[in-house]
Design a protein around this ligand. Sequence first.
Ligand code: NAD
Ligand code: GLY
Length: 371
Amino acid sequence: VTRGAEVAAAARRVVKVELGERAYEIIVERGLLERCGRLIAEAVPGADRFVIITNTAVGRLYGPKITAGLRAAGFDVSTIEVPAGERYKSLTRADKIYGRLLEMGVDRQAVIVALGGGVIGDLAGFVAGTYMRGVPFVQIPTSLLAQVDSSVGGKTAVNHRLAKNVIGVFNQPRLVLIDPEALRTLPSRELRAGLSEIIKYGFIGGEPLLSKIRSLLPLRRDLDGFPSIIVDCCRFKAQIVVEDELDTGRRAILNYGHTIGHALEAVSSYRQYNHGEAIAVGMLGAAKIAQAAGMLDQAAVDDHRNLLKAAGLPLTIKDVDPMVIYRHLELDKKRARGRNRLVLLDGIGRPVIREVEGPPIIGAIEGLAEV
Ligand code: NAD
Ligand code: GLY
C-alpha cells in the first residue's frame, strides 16, 4: 500500500444503508473517481461487463476515468450517452437505451453504472430496474443534488408528459460512489441547487447539521466543507429510507418545501426555476404556512430567508400568477383524490405532515410573489 493510498483511505467515509438483503454502502472520498474500478466490480461479484450510462457533458469529463479503472481491473466496459437535460428523463429515451443494450447483447450478468446528476441516476436506475426484469446498478452521482439526495434511497423514474417522476420503480443501487472533487466542474447554479436540498436536511434535521450548513455559507469553491456535509446528509437520508423504504409514511418529510416547489417548477415549465431553486421558494412558503398555523415564530421564518439568501437561492415567485400555482396544487390534490398534505415544521428540526386548507396556502404563495 502506497503512502498516497493510505492517506486516501483515511479520508474515506462510508455510510451503510441497512436494508437487509438490499443493503449497500455509500462511499464518500475525494479523488474516488480516479480509483473506483475495483470498488465497482466488488459491489457485484460475478459481474463480467459494465455499461456506463451518462450524459454527453459528464461523460466527457469523467467517463474515461471510470472506463479506465474498470478496464484496468480486467472488465469489459461500454458507454451509452444521453443528451443533457430533464426532458431526456423519458420513456422514449429509456426505450432507446433498451435498444442499445439489446444490440450490444447485454444480459443479466452486466452491471449498469449511472454516472451523472439526478437525471441520469433516475433514468439509468429505471432502465436497470426494468431491463430483463432488473440488472444490478451502481450510482456515481456527480452533481451536489445527486450526491446528497437522488442517488440514495432507490427512487428511480422517468417523467410522463402529464407529470414528473410518475413512471418508476423502487430499485436500490448496489453501491453509491461519491467523489466531492467532481463538484469542481459543476456550474455554480447547480451547486446552489444542491445546497437547497442540503438546507432542507438542515431544517428537518435541526442541530447540529444546521450549524454546520451555516458554516459553509457564503459559499466558497474550495470544497473543503463539502465531504463532511455530504456524509451527514447521506446518513440522514439513509436512516429515513431504512425506516420507510417504500415511502408510505415518514419518508414524506424529505419532501419539505416540495409541494409549492413542484408546482412552481411545473407551471414555469421546468425552465425558469431548477428543482433546487423551486424548493427554496417552497421551503419559505412552507415556513410562512407554519407561522400562520402558530407552529413557527418569526425568527424561524427569518432564518429560512437568511439561510436561503446566503446560499444565493431565490426567495420569490417571479412572472407567475400565484393563483396559477395554487390551481396546480389543486390539480395534484384531485389526482391524489385527497387534500393538500404538506410537510411543515413544528419548530426547526421537527417535521410533521399536516393537511392544510386552501386559504393559508394561497396566503403564503401570494406572500412570495414579487410585486
Ligand atoms: P441534472 O442531472 O440535470 O444535472 C444538472 C446539470 O449539471 C446537468 O446539465 C449535468 O450535465 C450537469 N452536471 C452534473 N454533474 C456535473 C459535474 N460534475 N460537472 C459538470 N456538470 C455536471 O440535475 P440534478 O439537479 O443533478 O438532478 C435533478 C433530477 O433529480 C430531477 O430529475 C429530479 O426529479 C431528480 N431527483 C430525484 C430524487 C430521487 O430520490 N430519485 C431526489 C431528488 C431529485
Ligand atoms: N427525494 C425524496 C425521497 O427520496 O424520498
